[in-house]
Design a protein around this ligand. Sequence first.
Ligand code: FAD
Length: 414
Amino acid sequence: MIREKHDLVIIGGGPAGLAAAVAAKEAGCDDIVLIERDRILGGILNQCIHDGFGLHRFKEALSGPEYAYRFIKKVRELQIPVMEKTIVLDLSKDKILRVSREGEIKEIEAKAVVLAMGCRERTRGALSIPGHRPAGVYTAGTVQNLVNLENIMPGKHVVILGSGDIGLIMARRMTLEGAKVEAVFEVLPYSSGLQRNIRQCLDDYGIPLYLSTTVIDIYGPNGRVEGVTVAQVDEKRRPIAGTERFVPCDTLLLSVGLIPENELTREAEVCINNITQGADVDDCCMTKTPGVFACGNVLHVHDLVDFVSMEAERAGRNAARYVAGELCEDGKEIAVKPGEGVRYVVPQRIKHGDNVSLAFRVTTPSRDKVIEVRDGDRVLKTRKETRLHPAEMVWVDMGEMDVSDISSLEVRVR
Ligand SMILES: Cc1cc2nc3c(=O)[nH]c(=O)nc-3n(C[C@H](O)[C@H](O)[C@H](O)COP(=O)(O)OP(=O)(O)OC[C@H]3O[C@@H](n4cnc5c(N)ncnc54)[C@H](O)[C@@H]3O)c2cc1C
């Protein structure tokens, strides 16, 4: 078998992999390979033809492909080698990858690896919805791909389960393509998508959103969905008897969550965080396996791509430092813990203290709160927030941190 050696291998050519590649190259790493299983670079952004990307980074409302192209252009200008139509089959903890390209399998030995494989959607199987198993049940991202890239309209009369951003975007998209979107049903008492998407994708098109409601049965005895039964749920998400109603439809879209795609990560025995389902990383985006970095949706599911790029640049820059032997692996590291009102914080550890940014999600929607970053009884940072929502990631910049002076960090909301 052919075996190549490279300083840095980046797995995944979506926005995270692209930004990591550019940052690593600009930081002086010359021997980089960017591997993408699809036939083109850009990742999930290629099917996101709506606008709203890049508002933070470029102060422009770009479509997904336009946003991706800004980075693809940079990758080309910097002449970073790209292997498209190439899938990474496995990754060992010694950073040896087995890749397949059009039937040819080869091994690549890397000094450092950046994991940027994105995430995938939860399916009906993960939810165990009872009923028939007819055609017409899709994940929202699959339908986005069919409509936007393949020019296929999968149905005319749509029900959407889950108010995640993909579902909201597809409610509008299907309406614009001539379908009737009956409603969006959400099991939680609040939407799991961005507020701006509720306004722009549902309210502007008169599509109702029913909270604390779920699909309890799929009806389709003749091979195709003919309707679903929905019911309100109690605080433990159990259907409330007597609230059931039948909603006719020929298509059910599921927008019920994303799962970081970490099969390779697990294979390489990289330590995974139970809550994010992504790697446990330090402030340089390095996992507990030396030389293996992670960023983007494979690390934790992001709401905005601008922050994916920012995080990936940190991973790419530090991977370049690792390859150059400039990233000290010894020394003290401090744990970062989610406190009251916080579901998780990334990074989970601070080791180097260079320009630290903490990303976290709150557990429930709330108003007029204070975010606190503490070291025991010592409050290191506070910030007032008028509105916090689990759908929106919160970032707190801590600047340069002297880890020798801190014993642990806790982020909480009160
Ligand atoms: C429907 C939808 C709407 C969105 N709307 C917005 C919006 O309006 N504004 C906004 O800012 N953000 C939005 N986002 C979020 C944003 O698109 C994502 O956060 C971002 O694309 C994540 O980037 P990534 O590089 O981590 O993952 P991805 O874009 O998923 O890229 C991962 C890449 O890795 C490749 N890959 C995976 N495994 C392998 C392997 N084994 N070998 C080789 N290649 C591999 C995949 O093919 C893919 O190209 C939206 C996302 C979706 C899905």
